[in-house]
Design a protein around this ligand. Structure first.
Ligand code: ZN
Length: 341
Protein backbone atom coordinates (compact mmCIF):
# COMPACT_ATOMS: atom_id res chain seq x y z
CA UNK A 1 0.00 0.00 0.00
CA UNK A 2 2.82 2.38 0.83
CA UNK A 3 4.25 2.05 -2.68
CA UNK A 4 1.13 3.46 -4.25
CA UNK A 5 1.51 7.05 -5.43
CA UNK A 6 -0.30 9.94 -3.82
CA UNK A 7 -3.16 11.14 -5.95
CA UNK A 8 -5.47 14.12 -6.06
CA UNK A 9 -8.92 12.78 -5.17
CA UNK A 10 -10.69 15.86 -6.36
CA UNK A 11 -9.02 15.67 -9.76
CA UNK A 12 -9.94 12.01 -10.14
CA UNK A 13 -13.50 12.71 -9.11
CA UNK A 14 -13.77 15.41 -11.74
CA UNK A 15 -12.86 12.85 -14.41
CA UNK A 16 -15.43 10.17 -13.61
CA UNK A 17 -19.19 10.05 -13.35
CA UNK A 18 -21.53 8.01 -11.18
CA UNK A 19 -22.91 6.45 -14.35
CA UNK A 20 -19.47 5.18 -15.35
CA UNK A 21 -18.95 3.76 -11.88
CA UNK A 22 -22.33 2.02 -11.88
CA UNK A 23 -21.63 0.71 -15.36
CA UNK A 24 -18.34 -0.71 -14.11
CA UNK A 25 -20.23 -2.67 -11.46
CA UNK A 26 -22.77 -3.65 -14.14
CA UNK A 27 -25.46 -1.98 -12.07
CA UNK A 28 -26.67 0.67 -14.46
CA UNK A 29 -29.45 -1.55 -15.83
CA UNK A 30 -30.94 -2.04 -12.38
CA UNK A 31 -31.72 1.68 -12.09
CA UNK A 32 -34.62 3.67 -13.35
CA UNK A 33 -33.79 6.97 -14.95
CA UNK A 34 -35.84 10.13 -14.57
CA UNK A 35 -34.19 13.35 -15.65
CA UNK A 36 -30.92 13.65 -13.76
CA UNK A 37 -31.92 11.02 -11.27
CA UNK A 38 -31.35 7.29 -11.14
CA UNK A 39 -33.20 5.23 -8.58
CA UNK A 40 -33.07 1.60 -7.64
CA UNK A 41 -32.27 -0.89 -4.90
CA UNK A 42 -29.18 -0.08 -2.83
CA UNK A 43 -26.20 -2.08 -4.14
CA UNK A 44 -24.19 -1.36 -0.99
CA UNK A 45 -26.42 -2.98 1.62
CA UNK A 46 -28.03 -5.09 -1.12
CA UNK A 47 -31.54 -3.87 -0.46
CA UNK A 48 -34.58 -4.62 -2.58
CA UNK A 49 -36.71 -1.50 -2.36
CA UNK A 50 -36.53 0.23 -5.72
CA UNK A 51 -36.61 3.77 -4.38
CA UNK A 52 -34.18 3.52 -1.49
CA UNK A 53 -31.05 4.38 -3.46
CA UNK A 54 -30.75 7.48 -5.55
CA UNK A 55 -28.09 8.94 -7.78
CA UNK A 56 -27.86 12.48 -9.05
CA UNK A 57 -26.15 12.08 -12.43
CA UNK A 58 -25.39 15.78 -12.70
CA UNK A 59 -23.75 16.25 -9.33
CA UNK A 60 -22.40 12.71 -9.33
CA UNK A 61 -23.52 11.95 -5.84
CA UNK A 62 -25.56 9.11 -4.34
CA UNK A 63 -27.68 8.52 -1.30
CA UNK A 64 -29.16 5.47 0.39
CA UNK A 65 -32.24 6.42 2.39
CA UNK A 66 -32.58 2.96 3.84
CA UNK A 67 -30.13 0.92 5.91
CA UNK A 68 -26.95 2.80 4.93
CA UNK A 69 -28.59 6.17 5.66
CA UNK A 70 -25.67 7.65 3.87
CA UNK A 71 -24.50 9.25 0.69
CA UNK A 72 -21.37 10.43 -1.00
CA UNK A 73 -19.48 10.91 -4.23
CA UNK A 74 -18.07 8.49 -6.82
CA UNK A 75 -15.02 7.52 -4.78
CA UNK A 76 -17.08 7.07 -1.62
CA UNK A 77 -19.25 4.67 -3.58
CA UNK A 78 -16.26 2.56 -4.64
CA UNK A 79 -15.03 2.58 -1.02
CA UNK A 80 -18.32 1.22 0.17
CA UNK A 81 -18.80 -1.33 -2.58
CA UNK A 82 -15.34 -2.85 -2.26
CA UNK A 83 -14.51 -2.07 1.38
CA UNK A 84 -11.56 0.08 0.37
CA UNK A 85 -9.86 3.11 1.81
CA UNK A 86 -10.47 6.29 -0.16
CA UNK A 87 -6.89 6.13 -1.43
CA UNK A 88 -7.26 2.60 -2.74
CA UNK A 89 -10.63 3.48 -4.27
CA UNK A 90 -8.99 6.38 -6.11
CA UNK A 91 -6.22 4.14 -7.47
CA UNK A 92 -8.79 1.56 -8.57
CA UNK A 93 -10.79 4.25 -10.34
CA UNK A 94 -7.68 5.29 -12.25
CA UNK A 95 -7.13 1.70 -13.37
CA UNK A 96 -10.72 1.12 -14.41
CA UNK A 97 -11.18 4.36 -16.26
CA UNK A 98 -7.68 4.57 -17.70
CA UNK A 99 -6.67 7.75 -15.94
CA UNK A 100 -2.86 8.08 -16.14
CA UNK A 101 -1.57 8.26 -12.57
CA UNK A 102 1.04 10.88 -13.42
CA UNK A 103 -1.75 13.23 -14.51
CA UNK A 104 -3.50 13.07 -11.17
CA UNK A 105 -0.49 13.25 -8.87
CA UNK A 106 -1.29 15.01 -5.69
CA UNK A 107 -0.93 14.80 -1.99
CA UNK A 108 -3.95 12.71 -1.14
CA UNK A 109 -5.40 16.11 -0.69
CA UNK A 110 -8.66 15.56 1.04
CA UNK A 111 -9.18 15.57 4.76
CA UNK A 112 -10.52 12.02 4.82
CA UNK A 113 -6.99 10.74 4.21
CA UNK A 114 -5.31 12.80 6.92
CA UNK A 115 -5.68 9.97 9.38
CA UNK A 116 -4.95 6.82 7.41
CA UNK A 117 -7.22 3.95 8.31
CA UNK A 118 -5.52 1.27 10.35
CA UNK A 119 -4.66 -1.80 8.28
CA UNK A 120 -7.22 -3.93 10.03
CA UNK A 121 -9.95 -1.54 9.05
CA UNK A 122 -10.00 -2.86 5.51
CA UNK A 123 -11.54 -6.08 6.72
CA UNK A 124 -14.06 -4.52 9.03
CA UNK A 125 -16.65 -2.04 7.87
CA UNK A 126 -14.98 1.18 6.67
CA UNK A 127 -15.90 4.40 8.37
CA UNK A 128 -18.77 6.16 6.62
CA UNK A 129 -17.41 8.56 4.01
CA UNK A 130 -18.10 12.21 4.70
CA UNK A 131 -21.02 13.61 2.78
CA UNK A 132 -20.07 15.87 -0.12
CA UNK A 133 -20.06 19.61 0.46
CA UNK A 134 -23.37 19.81 -1.27
CA UNK A 135 -25.01 18.01 1.60
CA UNK A 136 -23.91 20.50 4.24
CA UNK A 137 -26.95 22.24 5.69
CA UNK A 138 -27.54 25.92 5.09
CA UNK A 139 -26.45 27.79 8.23
CA UNK A 140 -29.10 30.00 9.89
CA UNK A 141 -28.76 33.67 9.00
CA UNK A 142 -27.24 35.94 11.60
CA UNK A 143 -29.39 38.89 10.57
CA UNK A 144 -32.99 39.69 9.81
CA UNK A 145 -34.10 42.26 7.26
CA UNK A 146 -36.26 45.05 8.52
CA UNK A 147 -37.33 48.09 6.49
CA UNK A 148 -39.91 45.95 4.74
CA UNK A 149 -42.87 47.64 3.13
CA UNK A 150 -45.74 45.24 3.71
CA UNK A 151 -48.37 46.95 1.57
CA UNK A 152 -46.36 47.10 -1.63
CA UNK A 153 -48.64 47.04 -4.71
CA UNK A 154 -46.83 43.99 -6.08
CA UNK A 155 -48.01 41.96 -3.12
CA UNK A 156 -51.46 43.48 -2.74
CA UNK A 157 -52.50 44.08 -6.35
CA UNK A 158 -50.35 41.85 -8.56
CA UNK A 159 -50.29 38.82 -6.27
CA UNK A 160 -53.58 39.58 -4.53
CA UNK A 161 -52.30 38.71 -1.11
CA UNK A 162 -54.03 39.71 2.08
CA UNK A 163 -52.25 41.62 4.81
CA UNK A 164 -52.60 38.54 6.99
CA UNK A 165 -50.81 36.33 4.45
CA UNK A 166 -48.06 38.91 3.92
CA UNK A 167 -47.37 39.11 7.65
CA UNK A 168 -47.70 35.36 8.07
CA UNK A 169 -44.97 34.67 5.49
CA UNK A 170 -42.88 37.69 6.47
CA UNK A 171 -43.03 39.15 2.95
CA UNK A 172 -42.25 42.74 2.11
CA UNK A 173 -40.60 45.13 -0.29
CA UNK A 174 -37.08 45.85 0.93
CA UNK A 175 -36.68 49.59 1.25
CA UNK A 176 -33.10 49.53 2.56
CA UNK A 177 -30.33 50.96 0.39
CA UNK A 178 -27.66 48.28 0.77
CA UNK A 179 -27.32 44.65 -0.22
CA UNK A 180 -28.54 42.40 -3.00
CA UNK A 181 -32.19 42.65 -1.99
CA UNK A 182 -32.44 46.36 -2.74
CA UNK A 183 -35.48 46.95 -4.94
CA UNK A 184 -36.86 43.45 -4.40
CA UNK A 185 -39.74 41.87 -2.59
CA UNK A 186 -38.19 39.46 -0.10
CA UNK A 187 -39.40 35.99 0.79
CA UNK A 188 -37.88 34.49 3.97
CA UNK A 189 -36.90 30.81 3.69
CA UNK A 190 -36.75 28.69 6.84
CA UNK A 191 -35.19 25.30 7.41
CA UNK A 192 -37.10 22.39 8.89
CA UNK A 193 -36.34 23.67 12.40
CA UNK A 194 -37.98 26.97 11.52
CA UNK A 195 -34.67 28.85 11.45
CA UNK A 196 -34.29 31.60 8.86
CA UNK A 197 -31.67 30.41 6.33
CA UNK A 198 -32.11 32.79 3.39
CA UNK A 199 -34.13 35.46 1.71
CA UNK A 200 -35.22 35.01 -1.87
CA UNK A 201 -35.73 38.25 -3.76
CA UNK A 202 -38.47 38.73 -6.35
CA UNK A 203 -38.34 41.59 -8.79
CA UNK A 204 -41.70 43.29 -8.28
CA UNK A 205 -43.29 42.71 -11.66
CA UNK A 206 -41.76 42.00 -15.05
CA UNK A 207 -38.00 42.63 -14.96
CA UNK A 208 -36.96 45.68 -17.04
CA UNK A 209 -34.47 43.76 -19.18
CA UNK A 210 -33.13 40.30 -19.94
CA UNK A 211 -30.23 40.77 -17.49
CA UNK A 212 -32.48 41.24 -14.49
CA UNK A 213 -33.69 37.88 -13.21
CA UNK A 214 -37.15 37.50 -11.73
CA UNK A 215 -35.69 35.81 -8.68
CA UNK A 216 -32.48 36.40 -6.76
CA UNK A 217 -31.15 33.68 -4.51
CA UNK A 218 -27.99 34.32 -2.42
CA UNK A 219 -24.97 32.61 -3.99
CA UNK A 220 -24.12 30.36 -1.04
CA UNK A 221 -27.68 29.22 -0.43
CA UNK A 222 -28.47 25.65 -1.47
CA UNK A 223 -32.15 25.42 -2.19
CA UNK A 224 -31.78 21.67 -2.74
CA UNK A 225 -31.36 21.40 1.05
CA UNK A 226 -34.69 22.95 1.98
CA UNK A 227 -38.36 22.39 1.32
CA UNK A 228 -40.09 25.75 1.48
CA UNK A 229 -42.72 25.92 4.26
CA UNK A 230 -42.22 22.30 5.38
CA UNK A 231 -41.42 23.49 8.90
CA UNK A 232 -44.97 24.78 9.21
CA UNK A 233 -46.79 22.41 6.86
CA UNK A 234 -45.55 19.36 8.75
CA UNK A 235 -47.61 20.45 11.75
CA UNK A 236 -50.86 20.62 9.73
CA UNK A 237 -53.30 17.83 8.93
CA UNK A 238 -54.67 16.69 5.58
CA UNK A 239 -52.90 15.79 2.36
CA UNK A 240 -49.48 17.33 1.75
CA UNK A 241 -49.52 19.39 -1.42
CA UNK A 242 -46.18 19.77 -3.23
CA UNK A 243 -45.85 22.71 -5.61
CA UNK A 244 -43.02 24.46 -7.46
CA UNK A 245 -42.88 28.04 -6.30
CA UNK A 246 -43.03 30.35 -3.33
CA UNK A 247 -46.17 32.08 -4.51
CA UNK A 248 -47.94 28.78 -5.19
CA UNK A 249 -47.43 27.95 -1.52
CA UNK A 250 -48.37 31.40 -0.33
CA UNK A 251 -51.53 31.58 -2.42
CA UNK A 252 -52.75 28.07 -1.59
CA UNK A 253 -52.10 28.85 2.06
CA UNK A 254 -54.23 31.97 1.75
CA UNK A 255 -57.01 29.82 0.28
CA UNK A 256 -56.98 27.58 3.32
CA UNK A 257 -54.63 24.85 2.14
CA UNK A 258 -52.11 24.98 4.98
CA UNK A 259 -50.26 21.74 4.37
CA UNK A 260 -48.43 22.95 1.28
CA UNK A 261 -44.72 23.04 0.45
CA UNK A 262 -42.54 24.03 -2.51
CA UNK A 263 -39.48 22.29 -3.92
CA UNK A 264 -38.49 25.69 -5.37
CA UNK A 265 -38.28 24.44 -8.93
CA UNK A 266 -39.56 21.64 -11.12
CA UNK A 267 -37.52 18.83 -9.57
CA UNK A 268 -37.00 17.32 -6.13
CA UNK A 269 -33.47 16.86 -4.77
CA UNK A 270 -32.52 13.79 -2.78
CA UNK A 271 -32.31 15.87 0.38
CA UNK A 272 -35.76 17.31 -0.25
CA UNK A 273 -37.09 13.80 -0.80
CA UNK A 274 -35.58 12.68 2.48
CA UNK A 275 -37.11 15.65 4.33
CA UNK A 276 -40.53 14.90 2.88
CA UNK A 277 -40.22 11.22 3.77
CA UNK A 278 -39.24 12.10 7.32
CA UNK A 279 -42.38 14.16 7.73
CA UNK A 280 -44.84 11.72 6.18
CA UNK A 281 -45.60 8.08 6.75
CA UNK A 282 -47.47 5.19 5.15
CA UNK A 283 -50.83 6.70 6.02
CA UNK A 284 -49.99 10.09 4.50
CA UNK A 285 -51.48 11.47 1.31
CA UNK A 286 -49.41 13.58 -1.03
CA UNK A 287 -50.66 15.62 -3.97
CA UNK A 288 -48.00 16.61 -6.49
CA UNK A 289 -49.16 19.77 -8.23
CA UNK A 290 -46.51 21.25 -10.48
CA UNK A 291 -47.08 23.75 -13.27
CA UNK A 292 -48.83 22.42 -16.35
CA UNK A 293 -45.90 22.69 -18.74
CA UNK A 294 -43.29 20.31 -20.10
CA UNK A 295 -40.83 20.67 -17.20
CA UNK A 296 -43.67 20.47 -14.70
CA UNK A 297 -45.02 17.27 -16.22
CA UNK A 298 -41.58 15.63 -16.13
CA UNK A 299 -40.98 16.75 -12.55
CA UNK A 300 -44.45 15.69 -11.45
CA UNK A 301 -43.94 12.17 -12.74
CA UNK A 302 -40.52 11.88 -11.14
CA UNK A 303 -41.61 13.21 -7.75
CA UNK A 304 -44.74 11.07 -7.68
CA UNK A 305 -42.77 8.00 -8.72
CA UNK A 306 -40.17 8.51 -6.04
CA UNK A 307 -42.63 9.13 -3.22
CA UNK A 308 -45.29 6.61 -4.20
CA UNK A 309 -43.63 3.59 -2.63
CA UNK A 310 -43.55 5.53 0.59
CA UNK A 311 -47.17 6.65 0.83
CA UNK A 312 -50.27 7.39 -1.24
CA UNK A 313 -49.42 9.90 -3.94
CA UNK A 314 -51.70 11.59 -6.44
CA UNK A 315 -50.71 13.91 -9.20
CA UNK A 316 -52.85 16.89 -10.05
CA UNK A 317 -53.28 17.46 -13.77
CA UNK A 318 -54.63 20.84 -14.78
CA UNK A 319 -57.00 20.91 -17.73
CA UNK A 320 -55.47 24.11 -19.11
CA UNK A 321 -51.94 24.34 -20.51
CA UNK A 322 -49.54 26.48 -18.46
CA UNK A 323 -51.88 26.49 -15.48
CA UNK A 324 -50.22 27.03 -12.09
CA UNK A 325 -51.44 26.27 -8.57
CA UNK A 326 -51.14 29.95 -7.74
CA UNK A 327 -54.07 30.73 -10.02
CA UNK A 328 -56.52 28.30 -8.49
CA UNK A 329 -59.56 29.96 -6.98
CA UNK A 330 -60.43 29.38 -3.31
CA UNK A 331 -63.35 27.22 -4.49
CA UNK A 332 -61.10 25.09 -6.66
CA UNK A 333 -58.69 24.60 -3.79
CA UNK A 334 -61.50 23.57 -1.48
CA UNK A 335 -62.85 21.14 -4.02
CA UNK A 336 -59.44 19.67 -4.57
CA UNK A 337 -58.77 19.06 -0.92
CA UNK A 338 -62.32 17.92 -0.26
CA UNK A 339 -61.94 15.32 -2.97
CA UNK A 340 -58.96 13.68 -1.36
CA UNK A 341 -59.68 13.94 2.34
ZN1 ZN B 1 -28.03 1.13 1.44
Amino acid sequence: MSKKPFVDFRDIRSRITMEQVLEHYQLLDTFKRTGHSLSGPCPIHKGTNKTQFRVDTEKNIWNCFSECKHGGNTLDFICRMDNLSIHDAAIKACEWFEIPLDEVKGADTEPEEKTPAPKAAVKSKPAPPPAPDDNKPNPPLKFKLDKLQRDHPYLIQDRRLTQETIIDFGLGYFTGDRGMMVGHVVIPIHNIKGELVAYAGRWPGEPPDADTPKYKIPAGFKKSQEVFNLDRASKETGPLVIVEGFFDVIKLHQHGCRKVVAVMGDSMSTVQEELIRQHTDKSSHIIVMLDENEAGRVGRKDIAGRLSEHCLVKTHVFDKPDAEPEHLTPEEVEQLLGGTA
